[in-house]
Ligand binder design. Structure first.
Ligand code: MN
Length: 274
């Protein structure tokens, strides 16, 4: 485990690493994605960066493991490893099979496009970080909230990634941590800061798009995500819309605790004695 300290001398606060920080990177856009290269470049000065990412775009893969075929780990010319599987496969395989150490942190991204509100359930970017979290490693997902189909300011998200990774190591949070970070696609000096948010909500998705192939076969494209339904103050949507990076702490327990009593009542069961 790498150790690090914040060193304060005069006005300058510096991050001093006392041993090599071992960072595992993944994403869902694929090992060739510009956002992944930007993330690797931003974090390289902090320690040893290992990249294990899907061999193709697996956006929307969510938390899926490939169980019906073997996975192959190959290495690109730039040293990035790629796998014929999902983002979850990549982190799982790296931590449980490839690496002979537990990484200090798992970082996923930088995704091209936001992962906010209900989108987090489908996101492969968030899933890669979730897998790190489930394996006991502090994990952070980064997404660039670009509306243009191509990210302009990956370096803004990269710089924030570096700051948050430094902080995670220098100042451990004290609890297992899974953070979902969305960064506006704007220059660093226009970023107003970071706010801790809750997930917003979306309306239901646009209808599927039906098409006919040249062979007369009917095919469908999954429709676009719906517009935000809850983008009120305190949500991730609101923060990004107003020029802030959004940091949402996530949990995995989907239990609707407040409804346990109501479901028992619906079943005509007494909750006493539990
Ligand atoms: Mn993606």
């Amino acid at each position: 485990m790498a150790r690090a300290v914040w060193q304060n001398s005069g006005k300058i606060s510096r991050f001093i690493l006392e041993s090599v920080l071992r960072i595992l990177l993944s994403n869902d856009d694929g090992y060739f994605a510009p956002g992944l290269a930007a993330l690797a470049e931003a974090l390289a000065p902090l320690g040893q960066v290992t990249v294990v990412a899907p061999e193709r775009d697996r956006s929307g893969a969510s938390n899926s493991l490939t169980l019906d075929r073997p996975l192959r780990l190959r290495t690109a010319a730039n040293g990035f490893h790629f796998v014929n599987g999902t983002p979850t496969d990549c982190v799982h395989l790296a931590v449980t099979g490839m690496l002979d150490y537990l990484p200090d942190i798992v970082v996923s991204g930088i995704n091209l496009g936001s992962n906010m509100g209900d989108d987090t359930l489908y996101s492969g970017t968030v899933a890669a970080a979730t897998e790190g979290y489930l394996l006991g490693i502090p994990s952070i997902a980064f997404s660039l909230s670009s509306h243009k189909g191509k990210g302009q300011y990956f370096e803004t998200a990269g710089r924030l990634a570096r700051e948050l990774v430094e902080r995670t190591i220098a100042q451990p949070f004290g609890q297992p941590v899974l953070l979902n970070v969305n960064v506006p696609d704007i220059p660093w000096d226009q970023l107003k800061g970071s706010v801790v948010t809750r997930l917003g909500r979306r309306h239901k998705a646009e209808p599927a798009v039906k098409q006919t192939t040249p062979r007369g076969e009917t095919v469908y494209w999954v429709g676009a995500a719906g517009p935000a339904a809850d983008a009120s103050e305190g949500t991730d949507f609101h923060a990004v819309e107003h020029g802030f990076a959004s940091i949402t702490p996530l949990q995995i327990d989907l239990t609707h605790a407040a409804q346990i009593g109501a479901v028992n009542g619906w079943l005509g069961q007494d909750t006493a004695g539990l």
